[in-house]
Each structure stands twice: as C-alpha cells, then as structure tokens.
Design a protein around this ligand. Structure first.
Ligand code: RP5
Length: 306
C-alpha cells in the first residue's frame, strides 16, 4: 500500500467514532451506549466504573441448531472457539494483529465502544467483510466528439467517480461491500457482492445475460493492472461493540476508459441495495462506516480531486 495512504488511514483509525453514538443501530433507540470520551477509548486507560449495557440482538440468541451459518452461539458452552486463528471455516484472525480475549470474550482492538455483547453482528471478535471500490474518470464529449476527463473547478484535478449503493438497512450511501461467507475467500466476496448489489445478478433470469455479466465483471476484477489494495483492517462501523467488530479488505478496481474492452455493464441495484449509481468522489461524500476514508485513499492513489 502507498505509504501516504497508509499513514492517513492510521491517523483516522486511531479513534473510532461511528461506533460510539448515543444509541445502538437497529434498536429503535431502545439500546443506549455508555458515552465513551476520546481519552477513555483505549483499554489501557483505567476506567473502574466502566460497565456498559450488554446487548445481543434477539435473533442471535436462538439455539445453535436454529442459527444461520454466519452467526456464533451466544454461549459456546463446552466448545472452545479458536480465537486469533482460522476455526474450521471461520476466520477468527484479525488484520490488526493478536486481539485480547478477556473473560472468554474477544476485546475490540480499537478500544471501548460503550456496549458489550455482539449487538447485531454474527461473530464474537472480527466479522470479516470485503469492499469493491469500482472507479472511473468522469468524462464528457468534447467539441470534436472525443471524450475528455473533467477536472474540478477549484482544484483543477481530474474527477473520479465510484459505484455507490444506498443501503436498505439505514438509508446511507456506501461502497457495495458485504460479509465474507464461511469458507469463502475475500476475492470471491468482492465479486459476489458487486454482482448482487450493484448489478442485481440474483434477479437476472436470462441465462445468457447472466453469464455475460459475470464473465465481464470477473475479467475486470481479475485484471491486476487496474486493481489496488486500499485497506485491510478495522472498520469504524456503527454496529461494532466491545466484543464484536467489522474488518474489511477494500480493493480499488479502476476502469481506465469508458470505451475500453473491460467496460462494466449498466448498474442496477439488488440484494441489500436500494439504489446503485456512479457518484463523483469528493471530501463532501458522506458515507457509511469508514467508506469516505477509503475513497480519500483512492483519490490520493489516482491523483484525483478530493
Ligand atoms: C462495513 O459493513 C464494511 O466496510 C462493509 O461494507 C459492510 C459489510 O456489512 P453488510 O453490508 O453486509 O451489512 O463495515
């Protein structure tokens, strides 16, 4: 990873913010987080009275046999999960290094969040996701009919666009990422989530059309000339808790020119996405979790307006 990108990230990621809001998401404001001041976020800072509410969403409290495969039991009983390791087909390793396990519960490596338990996350410890950041230059047809890259009025820098989706769960705009399924490798997750959320592949019934979309996007995602790792690590996701948190690998896939052979199919929202559109990248983009930080890193990498 480019060192400028890396250091910007580390600065921003030092203190999580979005997982320290007043209420826990998806609870109709019925579950309050203990408010954690910035200086009390790190675990090494003493806070004897810290005793946040314990909350795990009701649908995750079912017995093991009734749980979906993306969720852990609330209580492992006599089973000992392999923390900090690949546990059968579940990756319990963190990109952030070895996390602590305190009273049999993993501890958020970024510090306190004001809530214990899993909240609505399936796994104790890291919950792994993958985020495909698909970009292209913003262009317009010039007088001679040739397309030219547009620059920003203030910075004179070329404008990048990315594929954004509107999340159905919270209405926020986001990168079309998603959770890594048990046993799935994150490269497959990147492709699957993009196909589902930005191209609605699940509802594309015509076999030939479906095959052609999958082939086109797979080719595009495999092209190492346009692929760049942007982030692998913690995400400041509003669902994070003291014992369960989101991590991701975010890759940028850059479409060099609209007319290139690897041009993408037209966007169509599907699955957890209500809308899928190309959006200009700019510091004013207000996005879900740490996604604006990922875009800033992409803009720096590609020498684009931010
Ligand atoms: C974020 O949550 C990740 O960056 C990823 O975009 C997303 C995965 O969760 P779901 O979209 O599957 O809810 O933290």
């Amino acid at each position: 990873m480019n060192s400028k990108i890396g250091s910007n990230f580390m600065k921003k990621m030092q203190t999580h913010v979005k997982c320290r809001g007043k209420f826990y998401p998806r609870t109709n404001e019925s579950i309050r987080r203990t408010q954690v001041p910035d200086d009390k976020v790190p675990w090494h800072v003493e806070w004897a009275e810290y005793s946040p509410v314990m909350y795990t969403a009701p649908h995750l409290l079912r017995t093991s046999g009734e749980l979906p495969d993306w969720a852990d039991p609330e209580d492992f009983g006599s089973v000992h999960p392999k923390w900090n390791a690949v546990d059968v087909n579940i990756n319990r390793k963190s990109h952030m290094g070895v996390y602590e396990v305190h009273f049999n519960k993993p501890r958020n490596p970024q510090g306190r969040t004001g809530l214990q338990g899993r909240g609505c996350l399936g796994r104790w410890g890291p919950n792994h996701a993958a985020d495909p950041i698909v970009t292209r230059w913003k262009t317009a047809k010039g007088e001679n009919g040739a397309s030219k890259i547009l620059t920003h009025l203030k910075t004179s820098m070329p404008i990048l666009q990315f594929v954004a989706i509107k999340r159905k769960d919270c209405g926020e705009w986001a990168i079309p990422g998603g959770m890594v399924d048990p046993g799935e490798d994150s490269t497959s997750t990147l492709l699957r989530e993009f196909l589902e959320e930005a191209l609605n592949i699940e509802e594309t019934s015509a076999v030939e059309e479906r095959r052609s979309i999958v082939n086109q996007v797979s080719r595009f995602f495999r092209d190492i000339a346009i692929r760049q790792l942007i982030h692998s690590g913690y995400v400041d996701d509003p669902r994070n808790t003291d014992n369960a948190w989101m991590e991701t690998i975010a890759f940028n896939f850059h479409q060099p020119s609209e007319n290139a052979d690897n041009c993408l199919p037209s966007l169509k929202a599907g699955s957890d996405a209500a809308e899928a559109v190309w959006v200009d990248i700019c510091h004013t983009n207000s996005l879900y979790a740490s996604h604006s930080d990922f875009l800033e890193a992409v803009a720096i990498l590609r020498g684009a307006h931010w």
